[in-house]
Design a protein around this ligand. Structure first.
Ligand SMILES: [Zn+2]
Length: 333
């Protein structure tokens, strides 16, 4: 089995486990990217599949008191990522060019893409985009839930600033994929007008099935599809089932979110000609997933269900092939 996952929050959870924000996560002293009790660990990923993982540096809208700036927050987690890549070089390799993915996986290692969730570290300085490119950042989620200097998440109705449009141009120029998960509807449609390169929706679901604003309307999905983009399925209960829109992290009172409820999102997108567009965007270690899909070793069960439903060839595209093709196109286009 091969897995290409567009989003997780494992880095922050490990790097900042002493900060309140992450206090509820099961991190013990000495845990690292290779061995831990979280959803993603290199040892269990490698035992499960040939695994390509986007590791996000999530930059929260409200910083922990001990961190002086959003840029410093990014650099701290990036430094943790680098240190982990070095410490576990026999188990993982940072993928700086997506065309190398097959070669990395052939060595039995995890291929790790560094990404950023929340572009607030840019502030008013496009030089940060150059720093990201030099760091090997392959994708940037423009906003988190609130507003930053570029655009705004679903907490407000604001669109792009003129600086934000320049920032998108700078990201595109450096072939850093622009990710619209978290971006509000106003910003989404503005971006569809001025983006020059395909966009990613790294971890969002179908709003037709679950009305949360973090999810995509059918028209949004079609726009991403027509632009050559990619969309990653999020396992978070609150974005999967309408029963969970208000229950957030909890198991809904009338029972756990089912595989059929999750697969309904894929069915919907396949009906919208999404066979080349759909990928995985687990949101592991940043959300509560259904109990049957709350850890990397459970992807085998998900794959078996997908093969039963769609056949091996289509399942392979959804779990790996589409995301691989998207990032390879991004290197060459
Ligand atoms: Zn997110």
């Amino acid at each position: 089995m091969r897995i290409f996952d567009l989003h997780c929050d494992t880095l922050d959870t490990l790097a900042h486990h002493d900060v309140d924000l992450f206090a509820q996560m099961p991190v013990a002293p000495g845990d690292d990217i290779a061995r831990n009790q979280l959803a993603l660990s290199l040892d269990r990923m490698r035992a499960t599949a040939d695994w390509c993982q986007c590791y996000a540096v999530w930059v929260p809208d409200a910083l922990p008191a001990q961190v002086p700036s959003q840029l410093q927050f990014y650099r701290d987690v990036r430094d943790f990522f680098r240190q982990q890549m070095e410490a576990h070089a026999d188990e993982v390799t940072q993928l700086r060019d997506a065309r190398d993915v097959d070669a990395v996986l052939a060595t039995g290692k995890v291929a790790a893409l560094l990404t950023v969730e929340g572009a607030s570290p840019v502030g008013d300085d496009l030089g940060v985009v150059d720093e990201w490119a030099d760091d090997g950042v392959k994708m940037v989620t423009l906003t988190w839930n609130g507003k930053n200097s570029i655009a705004s998440g679903h907490d407000t109705q604001d669109g792009f600033s003129s600086f934000g449009r320049e920032a998108v141009r700078a990201l595109e120029d450096r072939k850093i994929v622009v990710d619209v998960s978290h971006l509000n509807d106003v910003g989404f449609w503005e971006l569809m007008d001025f983006a020059r390169r395909p966009v990613a929706v790294s971890h969002s679901n179908s709003r037709a099935l679950c009305s949360h604003l973090r999810n995509l309307t059918d028209d949004m999905f079609r726009a991403v599809r027509d632009g050559g983009g990619i969309v990653g399925l999020n396992y978070f209960r609150g974005f999967v089932s309408e029963r969970c829109v208000s229950c957030g992290w909890e198991v809904p009172a009338d029972g756990e979110v089912s595989p059929d409820e999750l697969f309904a999102h894929l069915d919907r997108w396949l009906d919208l000609d999404g066979a080349d567009v759909i990928a995985l965007g687990s949101d592991f270690d940043g959300c509560e997933c259904p109990a049957w899909l709350d850890s990397c070793e459970k992807l085998g069960g998900l794959e078996r269900m997908a093969v039963e439903r769609y056949g091996q060839e289509l399942a392979d595209k959804l779990f790996f092939g589409n995301a691989r093709a998207f990032f390879v196109r991004n290197e060459t286009a």
